[in-house]
Design a binder for this molecule. Structure first.
Ligand code: ADP
Ligand code: MG
Length: 250
């Protein structure tokens, strides 16, 4: 699979409108975007362009996310990066405005790429009738340190290791199994809550940290008896779907 660069222009905020800011990014159609500001005048090309009026659903349906979920189910490693300066709408696009409590859930229309992908994954998994084991890990990289956003208790840095068989990996990283939408959304909320807590303690923390949520998809396919003899040469399929909310590009 090849990269699929997609751009989303967010609407001006109330503050921006009030102080008279002008929108300088305009879609020209066919994936072309024009930027015209004081000393900049340029056109850029993308696989897909979403204007300020685009809904969360339109972004999900038009960004190739469904195909990515299917590729991950087929054993590929797929990653979605949200890139842009602080305030450009990365977290909004990935998660929507997160509900603060279970009692006050986010409006379904505003759910982001992540929740929509989870729904798609669980639906696909059921309709394929395949026996998939799903688990999630959620990490944050801040100040050159890796922290587990799913582990309870005070945050502690985890070591990054490399091995011939596994490549780069984070030692002692939690991977939590889930089977329902409620369970994975609750993991997402817990982890994001932890990230926000640090944001409060340390000013502008989230603009300087990367957050990575990875869904591990392992097929528990039952091999026919003839293949059991060579299981080491025929590992079960394992795909991943990773969402990266990058630190502010500034
Ligand atoms: P980032 O994560 O890139 O720093 P945020 O996702 O926090 O930026 O977005 C900054 C602000 O703009 C937030 O208040 C968010 O609710 C709002 N926002 C971002 N994108 C949109 C959008 N497409 N529609 C409406 N509000 C948006
Ligand atoms: Mg953010």
């Amino acid at each position: 699979p090849r990269p699929h660069p997609t751009i989303r222009v967010r609407p001006l905020t109330c503050t921006e409108t009030r102080r008279g800011d002008q929108q300088v990014v305009h879609s020209l159609g066919d994936g072309a975007v024009h930027v015209s500001a004081a000393r900049h005048d340029a056109t850029f090309g993308f696989s897909a362009v979403f204007d300020a009026g685009a809904s969360q659903e339109a972004v999900f349906e038009g960004s190739g996310m469904r195909q990515l979920v299917e590729l991950a189910m087929d054993g590929f490693s797929c990653t979605v990066f949200a890139f842009g300066q602080t305030g450009s709408g990365k977290t909004y696009t990935l998660m929507g405005p997160l509900a603060q409590s279970e009692a006050q859930p986010a409006s379904p229309a505003l759910l982001g790429l992540m929740q929509r992908s989870f729904t798609c994954l669980l639906e696909q998994s059921r309709s394929r009738g395949s026996d998939l084991a799903l688990s999630a890990s959620y990490l944050e990289i801040y100040n050159e340190q890796v922290r587990d956003l799913l582990s309870p208790g005070p945050p502690c840095a985890l070591p990054l290791r490399w091995s011939k068989t596994r490549g780069f990996y984070v030692e002692n990283q939690l991977s939590v199994e889930f089977e329902s939408l409620e369970a994975i959304v609750s993991l997402l909320l817990q982890g994001s809550q932890r990230r926000r807590t640090s944001a409060h303690a340390l000013n502008r923390h989230s603009s300087r940290s990367h957050a990575l949520l990875t869904i591990h998809i392992r097929s528990r396919a039952h091999h026919p008896p003839t293949l059991v003899l060579q299981t080491s040469a025929c590992p079960s399929k394992q795909g991943t779907l990773c969402f990266v909310d990058l630190a502010g590009s500034e």
